[in-house]
Design a protein around this ligand. Structure first.
Ligand code: 5AD
Ligand code: SF4
Length: 442
């Protein structure tokens, strides 16, 4: 029996996963299915999962328990698990999570219509094949949960950096770039539909490489070509690796006012010894030099980062170096994590996860507290400044308040005067919290 199904897609993890869910949605809609945002009316639930830390996987397993209750009341309901956790745990998942009818890894989404048919026929369906060239280049993602203003564009997949703590090279496979012209086409179409803010996504965007008719296109050329679509289109990117953020790229950003003044540059640790153990391929000094280069060329650039606390062998001295690097850079924003050992990574195979849990927690808390101060200072420095804000919608708290972001990616709330999502307005900042700027129209 083949039928049109109502499909609910739930996404865990990073922006890359959100972008992948939009690709999954598009593949299934093309096969005649319908997407629903209402879990109760769904007859297929797909969970797009993350494996980056153990607690991401625990969250997914708890969610599956909740879906079990739904399935008991609706026996025909199919439940599938997609993405990184599928790729990491593999077919064992069928034994561990009896609820699952279908499992698909990050490179197997084109096979979902067939997998779904197999599952409908009562068989367990699985595809975990990783590909060396799949980029879903020709698929136009359905834009889910969007505001019609900001969208993600996937430009490359996979990662070959093999940071010793990280599971991604194993779950997402070989690094591969999407053809330049398909990216340009997607960005142009988004702009024509009224989108004004695109984020170019990849695990390591600096490694983007494509050849168009004998001409090499690297990330600097790619982002310049997207920015040149229109000065009204804002262009962002995530994530860059500090080891390959080049002067050329910094120069291209500085030259294009519509490439956003906001760079996410995960440092992970302030100690060169830890960076070596993490296989990051740069030192504290190298990182600080890259920050100076950014600040010199783009003085109003916001810089955010990722930090891991309590990695294998981390001493109090290493931890202090992380705090001192944070002070030195004065990050505007940070994502901060406790080290979580992932099976089969280089660190799990060759190092001891030897920082006691209470020490990890205490160090992480010190990092979080310090970043809280730095973020608040960063927001306070904006009081009195005027920014160009791209309106994204009304604020969560009140309909008469509009919200949007500035080029630095900070959220700004202000009393609107009939502006629509997609409009640009000038806003002067009068107050702030540590996560929002509050302003008035000028
Ligand atoms: N434990 C804790 N944090 C991790 N990250 C990646 N792997 C791990 C791990 N095993 C963090 C890094 C990365 C971000 C996406 O997640 O900081 O930049
Ligand atoms: Fe994204 Fe990495 Fe999590 Fe996979 S493991 S969902 S790539 S953050």
């Amino acid at each position: 029996m083949e039928s049109k199904r109502k499909i609910f897609i739930e996404t865990h993890g990073c922006q890359m996963n959100f972008s992948d869910s939009e690709i999954v949605g598009s593949i299934l809609v093309d096969d005649g299915h319908e997407l629903t945002k209402d879990l109760k009316e769904a007859d297929v639930i797909l969970v797009n999962t993350c494996s980056i830390r153990d607690n991401a996987e625990i969250k997914v397993r708890n969610r599956l328990k909740q879906f079990n209750v739904l399935k008991r009341n609706k026996p025909g309901l199919l439940v599938g698990l997609l993405g990184c956790m599928a790729e990491r745990v593999k077919e064992n998942l069928f034994d561990e999570e009896k609820i699952l009818d279908l499992i698909a890894g990050p490179d197997a989404y084109r096979d979902l219509p067939q997998l779904l048919r197999k599952a409908e026929g009562g068989q367990k369906a699985i595809n975990l094949i990783l590909s060396a060239d799949e980029t879903y280049a020709d698929i136009t993602p359905v834009r889910m949960d969007g505001n019609g203003v900001a969208a993600f564009i996937s430009i490359m997949r996979g990662c070959e950096n093999f940071c010793s703590y990280c599971v991604v090279p194993y779950t997402r496979g070989t690094e591969r770039s999407r053809p330049h012209l398909t990216i340009l086409k997607e960005a142009r179409e988004l702009f024509d539909k009224g989108f004004r803010d695109v984020t170019l996504l990849g695990q390591n965007v600096n490694s983007y490489a494509w050849e168009d008719a004998g001409q090499k296109v690297g990330f600097a050329e790619l982002i310049a070509s997207i920015a040149e679509i229109s000065p009204m289109l804002r262009v962002r990117f995530a994530t860059s690796h500090p080891k390959d953020i080049s002067n050329e790229l910094i120069g291209v950003i500085a030259l294009h006012p519509n490439i956003c003044r906001s760079i996410h540059l995960p440092v992970q640790s302030g100690s060169s010894r830890m960076l070596w153990e993490m296989n990051r391929n740069y030192t504290r000094e190298w990182y600080l030099d890259r920050i100076s280069a950014i600040r010199k060329a783009i003085p109003d650039c916001m810089i955010s980062t990722d930090i891991i606390s309590g990695f294998c062998g981390e001493t109090e001295e290493d931890h202090k170096e992380t705090l001192s690097l944070m002070e030195n850079v004065a990050f505007d924003y940070a994502y901060m994590f406790k080290y979580s050992e992932r099976p089969n990574t280089l660190a799990a195979d060759t190092k001891k996860d030897d920082v006691p849990e209470d020490v990890k927690s205490r160090r992480l808390q010190e990092i979080i507290n310090f970043q809280g101060e730095l973020s608040l200072e960063s927001y306070k420095r904006d009081i009195g400044k005027t920014f160009e804000v791209l309106v994204e919608g009304s604020s969560k708290r009140s309909k008469s308040q509009l919200s949007g972001r500035n080029s630095q990616n900070k959220m700004i709330v202000f009393p609107g005067a009939g502006q629509e999502p997609g409009d640009y307005v000038m806003v002067r900042i009068v107050e702030c919290t540590s996560a929002t700027l509050i302003g008035e129209l000028v």
